[in-house]
Write a protein that binds this ligand. Structure first.
Ligand SMILES: [Zn+2]
Length: 207
């Protein structure tokens, strides 16, 4: 098969997928305009009122409800683990911390241009922390730490640079190589570190 044939086949497959997704995407964009951007007046009515010089007032009550649902989803994300055999449900005091951590991760998402954040590890019960070889004093044990990537933004070092350069309050920000570790331990020391070859932690970020 020649390169052209492969490209042609790929283009056809892409078009097929795009067509199949088109309606779903259009509806999602409609929802976003309505719920997030508050464009809640029907186009025709809005135009008439514009002509007559009457205002179109929108009191958008949806974001508050959406935030409730999204926050619950974030809590799920912060306790998920591939170690299915371990019961990683957090105790009540950790749930409270996780709510704060989730809210702060929303700030991180904004810093990263509202892109999708992929969490690989949040809260770890002692058993899970042992299973993944976490430090004994890990901030993951208290629900203060999150390991994540933001693939749409860039490599972990790019993410670290953006977070370090923002005004976000954090305790430790570590470029771990293939992910970012960010902790909101109340000490909030704003320590920035890089995991060097050999596993040592060095202050600062690589260039
Ligand atoms: Zn971590």
């Amino acid at each position: 098969m020649s390169d052209d044939d492969i490209l042609e086949e790929a283009r056809e497959a892409f078009q097929l997928a795009a067509d199949a997704e088109a309606e779903n995407r259009r509806e999602a964009q409609d929802d976003l305009r309505f719920a997030r951007l508050g464009e809640q007046w029907p186009e025709r009515v809005r135009r008439e009122r514009d002509l007559e010089g009457r205002p179109c007032l929108t009191i958008n009550r949806l974001p508050a409800f959406i935030r409730q649902v999204v926050n619950d989803a974030r809590l799920e994300e912060l306790t998920a683990t591939q170690h299915r055999e371990i019961d990683n449900r957090p105790p009540p005091e950790v749930v409270a911390t996780l709510r704060t951590t989730a809210a702060r991760m929303e700030e991180v998402r904004r810093i990263l241009g509202d892109r999708v954040i992929s969490v690989s590890s949040g809260y770890r019960c002692p058993e899970l922390n042992r299973a993944v070889g976490g430090a004994r004093t890990s901030a993951h044990l208290t629900g203060h730490a999150v390991d994540f990537n933001c693939y749409g933004f860039g490599a972990p070092v790019d993410v670290c640079r953006a977070v370090a350069g923002s005004s976000l309050a954090f305790d430790q920000l570590i470029e771990e190589g293939s992910w970012v570790h960010l902790s909101f331990d109340p000490r909030l020391r704003r320590q920035v570190m890089t995991k060097a070859p050999g596993g040592r932690y060095e202050l600062g970020l690589r260039l």
